[in-house]
Design a binder for this molecule. Sequence first.
Ligand code: UGA
Length: 440
Amino acid sequence: MKIGMIGTGYVGLVSSVCLANSGHSLVCIDKRPQIIDSLSKGIPTIYEKDMDSMLATCVKENSISFSTDISSLSDCEIVFLAVGTPSLPNGHADLSQVFSAIDSLLTVLNEQAMIVVRSTVPVGTVKRVRQYLDEKGKEKQMLGFCPEFLREGVAISDFLNPQYLVFACGYKEGQDLLHQVYQPIIDATDNKVRVVKTYSFETAELIKYTINSFLATKITFMNQIAQLAQASDADVGTVIQAISADRRIGELFLNPGPGFGGSCFPKDTIALVKCGITYGVDMSVVEEVNHSNKRHKEYIASWILETLEKNIQVEGKKIAIWGLAFKAGTDDIRDSAAITIVESFFQCNIEVHAHDPKGNENFHTRVNNSHLQLYDDPFDAVKDTDVLVVLTEWQVFRDISPQEVLNLMNGDNPFVFDTRGILPHDKYKELGFQLYKFGL
Ligand code: UGA
C-alpha cells in the first residue's frame, strides 16, 4: 500500500520505518529541510534503538522516501498525520499543526484517499476535523484516528509487537483499510494483538489519554509511597515486591524515580484536565498528578541537598550526574527531572559534571550554565567530584565497577544518591560509599 506520513518526529519516523519494513511504500513529509535531507541519506535525526539500521535499509530498498513537498502524497491511499500537538501556555493542546497539515493535504489529495490522525489530540478534536472537511466540501474524504502507544527507547519494538491497536473511523470501510495497513504486523504477532475498532473518535481519543494519565498516576502514587517509605524508614523495594504479586495491581510502572518527564505524560495529563474543563467534568485526580510530579522533582533536589548539608559544606562542591535523558534509551530531555535538579544545584553554587550516553547534546541546548560541564564518558564525569547522583536508569551505570568510581572521586567515603534504585548498593556500601537510595 502507498502510505503518506506528515511529520517525521519520534512518532512519524518510527511509524514510517516500521510500516516500510512491513512491506508498504512510505512517503514522509516534513517542513524542515535539514531533517528531510538527513533522513533521505538514511541518517536518523533522533536516537531510537535499531532506527539507524532499519532506516538505512528502507532508504536503500526505496521503500521509504522523504520530501518537503506535500504534492508527493498525491497518489497515496492513506495519509497519517503525526504532527506535534504541544501544550499552549494555557495548557490546552495546540492544534494548529493538525489543521495546517489538513489544509495543505486537501490541495493535493484525491477524494478516495483516507486521512488518519495519529497525533495525540484532545477528546472532540477529530470530530472538529470532520466538520472542517465537510465545510470545505470534502464530505466524501474518509477520516480516521489511530493513536500510537510507543515508548521512546523501545518504540520500534512496541510498533512491531503491539499489545493492542485502536482504529477509529465512522465507516467500516475505513476501519478495514486501517486493519489492512497493520495486517503484516498483526500476522507477525500470531494474532495475539487486541484490535479495538470503534466508530467513535471520542472513544479512541479518550483511550489514548486514559492510558497515559493512568500510567502517570501510577508512577506519581508510587513516588509518594516512596517518600513515605523514606520518611518512616520503610523499604519501598520490598513494598513493591509484595504489591506487584497482586494481579489487580500488576508489576509494571511501579518504579519510583525522580519524577516522570518526556514529551507525553506531562503534556497529556494537562490536556486531559483541560478536556475535563471543556466538558464540565472534574478531573482533579489527574490535575493533582501533574502538580505532585512537579513538586516531586523539587523534593528529590531538596532531599539530596539537605542530606549533604547535614554532613558537608555543599557550596563550591562538585556533583557528578549520571543520566540527563527523561528515561533510559533515548536522547530526549524534554521535561526531564534532571533539568529541575541540576538547576537547583546551580543555585547553591555547585559545579555539575554530567554524563548521559545519548542526551548530552540536547541537554546542552536546553540548559546552558557556566556551572555545567558535560562529559562523553561516565568515568570522566565522576573524576574529582564529591557526590554522584544517578538520575536515569541506563544499563551502563549498573555495570560500572564501584571500585573504579571510588578511585576517581574525592575522599574515601564519597556520597552517592541513586534516585532510580539501579546500582549494586551492597558493593558500593562495602567500599565505603555513603549511599542513599530514594525510597529507603
Ligand atoms: C509514554 C507511554 O508509555 C507510551 O505508551 C505512549 O505511546 C507515549 O508516552 C506517547 O504518548 O507517545 P514515553 O513517554 O516514551 O511513553 O515513556 P515511558 O516509558 O512511559 O516513561 C515516562 C516517564 O515515566 C519517564 O520519565 C520514566 O522514567 C517514568 N517512569 C516510568 C517511572 O518513573 N517509573 C516507572 O516505573 C516507569
